[in-house]
Design a protein around this ligand. Structure first.
Ligand code: ATP
Length: 222
């Protein structure tokens, strides 16, 4: 049976989640207090309803507890986002993902039992800042407060060198998990293979070590 998702809040974030879930063939119920937004998404999702998610009876009558995953994409109205999350936890929804507006909001959501809290603006800010400092940093994914995965594009400093010559594990304490060349991805790159300009290295490590590696070998400015 196809997975059933409910998305509460049809701003840019919630709307884009709805579209992407539908493209992946999922069943999606979209909920918003704003009728215009609901009408806009009526043809995109499986069902779209005008409803206030802070109303316990409304959530019960929508059968919210039967959904596999509920995404709370209410941003600006932090009070509504928190109350909605609390009601979903009380209803026993199995997976609850909530968009946080700031660190305090995130803290409260974690405390009241949200299973996953996302912070898209902050995360995107971190990624873009890394890319602005060096165009070789294509993407940056925080795994925890200390560890991340980065995508680094090989430039002139590393081209023609083999992974064994670069020796990033011994020198920088980072691990190269894969190398992408065009459409090909090599998940266990050979230590002897030479890198070419444009190769993308997927590297995991502690933030401080990744920063040392970026500065030493992947620091080409625009
Ligand atoms: P985004 O940054 O994702 O574009 P936004 O700024 O457009 O969001 P927000 O105020 O963050 O909009 O809220 C997202 C949506 O959540 C809005 O369409 C709003 O009508 C809806 N919303 C707010 N409170 C509730 C609620 N209690 N029940 C259902 N929907 C709600």
């Amino acid at each position: 049976m196809r997975k059933q998702f409910a998305v509460i809040g049809l701003g840019r974030f919630g709307g884009s989640i709805c579209q992407s879930l539908r493209k992946q063939g999922m069943e999606v119920l979209a909920i918003d207090t704003n009728e215009d937004k609901v009408n806009k998404f009526a043809n995109v999702v499986t069902h779209a309803v005008v409803a206030d998610s802070t109303d316990e009876n409304t959530l019960k009558s929508l059968g919210i507890r039967n959904f596999d995953h509920v995404i709370v994409a209410i941003g600006d109205n932090i009070q509504s986002s928190i109350l909605t999350t609390l009601l979903l936890v009380e209803e026993g929804v199995k997976h609850i993902t909530v968009k946080a507006q700031n660190d305090y909001h995130e803290k409260v959501l974690n405390k009241i039992g949200a299973h996953r809290v996302v912070h898209p603006e902050r995360d995107m800010g971190v990624r873009i800042a890394h890319n602005i400092v060096s165009k070789n940093v294509l993407d940056y994914l925080e795994l925890s407060d200390e560890y991340s995965i980065v995508e680094l594009m090989a430039g002139t400093s590393v081209s023609g060198k083999s992974l064994i010559e670069l020796n990033v594990r011994a020198k920088y304490g980072c691990n190269i998990m894969a190398v992408k060349r065009g459409d090909e991805i090599n998940v266990s790159p050979s230590a002897n293979e030479s890198l070419q300009i444009g190769d993308v290295l997927i590297v995991i490590g502690a933030d401080k070590d990744l920063t040392r590696l970026e500065h030493a070998l992947f620091n080409e400015e625009d």
